[in-house]
Design a binder for this molecule. Structure first.
Ligand SMILES: Nc1nc(=O)c2c([nH]1)NC[C@@H]1CN(c3ccc(C(=O)N[C@@H](CCC(=O)O)C(=O)O)cc3)CN21
Ligand SMILES: CC(C)C(=O)C(=O)O
Ligand SMILES: [Mg+2]
Length: 281
């Protein structure tokens, strides 16, 4: 593992302090050309680990549909499914800004629906911001949420809630589609989005968008020129069996956890565990 080229903690990454990271902190990081990491989290214990590691932004992704609930896309997951996970991540963290994905079907149809879904996450989970997939078609929703005081993170490129339009998880934004994505990004910035995720797009496009916007870009499979990076934590920790090309594995939790389960099982079967020190007298 190449964790040796250690970057110094920055104002946003690795800091301590008993207040949460805000949208203003994130905006200021771009002015300082300071890169930052985001990770997903879906429960209190991992949220606490990542918070103590100094990760400034935690995303309760609708990828929970796949890595928590076992569906094969993000389409089935609901607000009712995600709100309790988001609440657990908020309870498990102290410093990180917590962002929740609005799930498929909860914001696309109209402004009242989007406001209702986002409001549930802020009231019932305590997250500080929400994330929505899409560009100019959802501008009214973005504008209304921002006007209501809800920070909005945008998401362009491979927007997994549109997997049935794309016909699979493929790179987006090649050729003319890149110009459309650029126009979407500028429109979202003008609508008040505080950041934009760029997923699975050519790195040249992600760099151009990053240099054209004053809000930070957060890349996943978008090269090294975005302001921030995000990965699904089970991917970067090596728990997911198969991952996309853009994932780097920083641990091998699949092996670690499997070995632990086998060691425990063998000791139970062999009568080694529990030992006297694990019993009450
Ligand atoms: N565990 C997990 N990690 C993710 O990053 C993730 C999810 N789940 N669920 C929602 C979406 C789906 N994502 C995916 C899934 C697969 C590929 C993938 O296999 N991509 C191909 C690229 C093919 C091409 O060249 O166009 C690859 O081989 O990397 C990409 C993004 C990203 N998101
Ligand atoms: C991968 C990130 C950007 C996401 O949207 C998710 O985890 O749902
Ligand atoms: Mg998502």
């Amino acid at each position: 593992m190449s964790s040796s080229s250690a970057a110094q903690p920055t104002a946003l990454y690795g800091g301590q302090g008993d207040r949460r990271v805000t949208v203003r902190d994130i905006a200021a990081a771009k002015q300082r050309h300071e890169k930052w990491p985001m990770l997903t989290a879906y429960d209190a214990l991992t949220a606490r680990v990542f918070d103590e590691a100094g990760i400034p932004v935690l995303l309760v992704g609708d990828s929970a549909a796949m890595v928590v609930y076992g569906y094969d896309s993000t389409i089935p997951v609901t607000v009712d499914d995600l709100v309790p996970l988001a609440a657990a991540v908020v309870r498990g963290s102290k410093r990180a800004m917590v962002v929740a994905d609005l799930p498929f079907g909860s914001y696309q149809a109209d402004v009242p629906g989007a406001l209702a879904a986002a409001t549930r996450f802020l009231k019932e989970s305590g997250v500080q911001a929400v994330k929505v997939e899409g560009g100019r078609r959802i501008l009214p929703q973005v504008e209304a949420m921002v006007a209501a005081g809800i920070p909005v993170m945008a998401h362009l490129g491979l927007t997994p809630q549109s997997v049935n339009v794309f016909g699979g998880y493929r790179v987006q934004g090649r050729g003319q589609a890149g110009e459309e994505l650029m126009a979407d990004a500028k429109a979202l910035e003008a609508a008040g989005a505080f950041s934009v995720v760029l997923e699975c797009v050519p790195e040249e496009l992600a760099a151009r968008v990053t240099d054209s916007l004053s809000i930070p870009t957060i890349g996943i499979g978008a090269g090294d020129h975005t302001d921030a990076q995000v990965l699904v934590w089970q991917d970067m920790a090596g728990l997911t069996p198969r991952t996309a090309k853009f994932v780097k594995k920083y641990a091998d939790l699949r092996t670690v956890l499997g070995d632990a389960a086998r060691a425990y099982a063998e000791e139970v079967v062999g009568g080694v565990f529990p030992a006297p020190e694990h019993a009450y007298h």
